[in-house]
Ligand binder design. Structure first.
Ligand code: FES
Length: 155
């Protein structure tokens, strides 16, 4: 998220305070992988995928695509890999800090995952991002073409 987007988002949250929409219970977020869910953009109603990940004792949310090739999903439906609280992109090995979203290793070193605002309270994780509405747990319905294959793997 660009910094100016954050200011706009905050202004909208001030106008439309919301408790958020429940995604899953905190206990459903595993320690060793991610939870995949679907959101809809508030303005366009377009489906997007998000992931939840445990980090430093809390849960963070990110849009489900790599910053190297943005058509590549981090969680391809069976959970993204985690290594020492970093999300691993299996295509070329980029690693993203689960707390900040920053790529700490790999071809997109220094780039950031796009954040989805989530909040954990009373044992559940809620989507609190004014740019998105919660749709469902699991993948977004996709076209017949699988854009997440490993055909972009380079050696
Ligand atoms: S697509 Fe994720 S590291 Fe290349």
């Amino acid at each position: 998220m660009r910094r100016q987007d954050g200011a706009l988002k905050f202004a909208r949250m001030e106008r439309f305070p919301m408790a958020g929409e429940r995604i899953v219970s905190v206990d459903e977020v595993p320690d060793d992988t991610t939870v995949l869910f679907t959101v809809r953009e508030t303005e366009t109603d377009e489906r997007r995928e998000g992931i939840l990940v445990r980090s430093n004792g809390s849960v963070t949310g990110w849009l489900n695509y790599c910053q190297h090739f943005t058509h590549v999903r981090l969680d391809k439906g069976s959970g993204a890999g985690l290594r020492e609280e970093e999300i691993v992109c299996t295509n070329h090995g980029a690693m993203f800090d689960a707390d900040t979203g920053q790529c700490t290793y790999g071809p997109c070193d220094g780039a950031y995952l796009q954040a989805l605002d989530v909040r954990s309270t009373d044992g559940a994780v809620y989507l609190t991002d004014p740019d998105y509405r919660f749709d469902s747990v699991g993948p977004a319905e996709t076209d017949d073409i699988d854009l997440t294959s490993t055909s972009n793997v380079e050696f």
